[in-house]
Design a protein around this ligand. Structure first.
Ligand SMILES: [Zn+2]
Length: 328
């Protein structure tokens, strides 16, 4: 073996080891991820059996709270949080966790695992407590919604939790991380980063989204799991669709030429479901079309539990495009 050859084969070995380590790590991460989802699902189902609140509602409440956690690095098993005063009871200044003390101070904290303590950091206690809070209003779907409203006192919270529960129920799982590119890869399209650009029509508004240029009729697909929240005409957006996903992100598809006949408000969708087709509708009264070249305007809005704001979809589109190409 000459020197150059030796060097080449060593480099090859190092490269292969690197790839192997990378793949092995990815597998370990994926398994840890799955463990986390399995643990959560087991807790939801256990609490559902104890309280008659369906597991998908408990999962949806937990999922909603996970998105509004202030510490984004924390990844507790269960993210549901309670104000100390409500949990321990007003006057329980020492934060005594035994059931008798919490009862005495009229705290809402409950013991979900029978260890005699109501601990807000114990996932079973937190889940059992939120379930008993909601159960007070009754067992029907409508009662549960009223119960959720009384916990959060915010319409968008109830709405998002209801939709997320519908998605979890439909797919019978909570690990829903698949994504798709919103325009069919079988058709010609082009896009670039245009978020924040100024635009002429409608006064001082910045461009809150990415424009994907494609021919009339190109299929437009859902990028995520979610529920159709809105469908209809808007002065700027033309024929448009809004979908809220399980991460409380609102996905906005505008300027369509038509809707898929199966798409209705309230419907559950998954990545790749056809929503309609590319057009140039908008910038006028209903039916206005052709004032600009056909394209899909794609926008993303995040809700943090208090307000909603738009963010740049371009990096996500790039990632989903790569995912969709890899799958082919
Ligand atoms: Zn646009």
């Amino acid at each position: 073996m000459n020197r150059v050859h030796w060097l080449k084969s060593s480099l090859f070995t190092i490269l292969m080891l690197g790839i192997y380590t990378f793949v092995a790590n990815a597998v370990v991460f994926a398994e840890e991820d799955q463990d986390r989802y399995d643990q959560r699902m087991a807790l939801y189902k256990k609490t559902a059996a104890l309280t008659q609140i369906p597991w998908y509602y408990l999962a949806a409440i937990d999922q909603y709270e996970r998105q509004i956690l202030e510490d984004t690095n924390a990844d507790p098993i269960i993210s549901i949080q309670f104000p100390d005063e409500a949990w321990y009871g007003p006057g329980n200044l020492e934060k005594k966790k035994d059931v008798a003390s919490i009862d005495f101070f009229q705290g809402i904290g409950r013991d979900g695992n029978g260890d005699g303590l109501a601990d807000p950091d114990d996932p079973e206690d937190a889940l059992y407590t939120i379930a008993t809070q909601i159960m007070e209003y009754g067992p029907t779907e409508e009662d549960i919604r009223i119960g959720i409203w009384n916990v959060y006192k915010r319409d968008l919270a109830v709405h998002t939790i209801k939709n997320t529960a519908k998605v979890f129920r439909t797919f019978q799982k909570i690990h829903l991380t698949d994504r798709d590119f919103p325009v069919s890869l079988q058709h010609r399209y082009s896009y670039r980063s245009t978020w924040g650009d100024g635009r002429g029509f409608g006064g001082l508004r910045i461009h809150e989204g990415t424009d994907i240029f494609a021919d009339y009729g190109t299929p437009v697909k859902s990028t995520t799991y979610g529920v159709v929240e809105l469908k209809g005409w808007n002065l700027y957006g033309g024929w448009r669709i809004g979908i809220r996903d399980i991460f409380n992100i609102y996905h906005y598809y505008a300027h369509l030429s038509s809707y898929d006949k199966n798409i209705q408000v309230g419907q559950v969708v998954k990545p790749g479901d056809v929503l309609g087709s590319v057009g140039s509708s908008g910038y006028g009264p209903p039916g206005t079309s052709g004032k600009f070249p056909p394209h899909l305007h794609y926008g993303m809005y995040k809700d943090n539990g208090h307000s909603e704001w738009s963010f740049d979809p371009y990096p996500y589109l790039k990632r989903w495009e790569r995912m969709a190409k890899d799958k082919k």
